[in-house]
Design a protein around this ligand. Sequence first.
Ligand SMILES: Cc1cc2nc3c(=O)[nH]c(=O)nc-3n(C[C@H](O)[C@H](O)[C@H](O)COP(=O)(O)OP(=O)(O)OC[C@H]3O[C@@H](n4cnc5c(N)ncnc54)[C@H](O)[C@@H]3O)c2cc1C
Length: 326
Amino acid sequence: MKRIAIIGAGMSGLTVANQLKDIAKVELFEKSRGVSGRMSTRYAESYQFDHGAQDFTVRNEAFKSFLAPYIDAGILQEWKPKLMLLEKGQIAKERTWSEIHYVPVPKMNELCIAMAKEIDVHLNTEIVSIEKQNQHWSLLTKDKQEFGTYEWIINTTPAPQAEKLLPTSFAGYNHFKKCKMLGCYTLMLAFNQPWKWEWEAAIVKDSLISWMALNSNKPGRDNRQTLIVQTDNQWSEDHIDAATSDIQHLILNELNSLLSYDFSSSEYLTTHRWRYADTKQATGVDYHLDHDLKLGACGDWFIKGRIESAFLSGYKLANSLKQALS
Ligand SMILES: Cc1cc2nc3c(=O)[nH]c(=O)nc-3n(C[C@H](O)[C@H](O)[C@H](O)COP(=O)(O)OP(=O)(O)OC[C@H]3O[C@@H](n4cnc5c(N)ncnc54)[C@H](O)[C@@H]3O)c2cc1C
């Protein structure tokens, strides 16, 4: 079987691996210590936070079919929080979702962990460059690990990271330049006090905060109270290189003022910076395969900053590659 290296073990990389695993020898390379990418779970002291993606919708039939066994197994469940729109800290209106919003159970990374079960994943392995010799690709890491050679490399990292890894001769290289991604900060809090607000999740307007959710309210989470607060993407981008301690201070002040409550003495408080959270400008195509170089690129950012888009980009790339390999 042909050897294929996939860089990045988020939803798109794992989708490519799952689609190709029966016809090729696929290996995933992930720089973090776990799979999931932006669908990760943050383990902090004894708490767990969905600090990236919050939930997702399913519109496409292929995505629906792919997820069906995970829904049957209880790994995906519907989340139905009491949802409000807040304006200047006041409830402007109650919102209801018109479609099902799923969350992995008991934590966000559970779906990607299940998808990685039969896949050969090299964790803690950051690929720093790729090289072609005699028609075959090799991967380079800082500590010069040896993995042998591959027929194809598929890159699934966000566009700015892909731009650094793939050669300018890659036929899809202009997509990296075209795509604009925006950051996000997530404040994670754990506290003892009873929850006294009418909402369990809130879309926030006119604020540097855009989203808040009672993390512990999601299905299957442990019942100690945890709150997630996420910042507006454009505000985050404008402050992307600021010290996270300064950012935490700003978010906390805003949260305290919005809810007229002092969260500063919460049991646990931390802030995470997502440098590439959402896509401001997508590429206009779903993925790119360069059949001459035997290089491919996919990821949510080709389409939209959504889990379903990450799946579709990976799924469509894999289907096209299957035809090329058969
Ligand atoms: C704060 C936040 C909130 C979000 N909320 C939602 C939401 O509510 N609903 C929704 O549908 N979507 C949401 N999203 C978007 C969703 O998380 C993404 O669309 C999806 O997870 C992207 O998957 P991906 O596989 O394309 O990319 P990623 O998940 O980013 O995977 C890429 C992987 O590549 C790895 N990597 C990068 N460089 C290298 C390298 N050099 N070597 C090896 N590995 C490397 C990374 O560590 C990462 O694991 C949110 C994202 C964020 C950050």
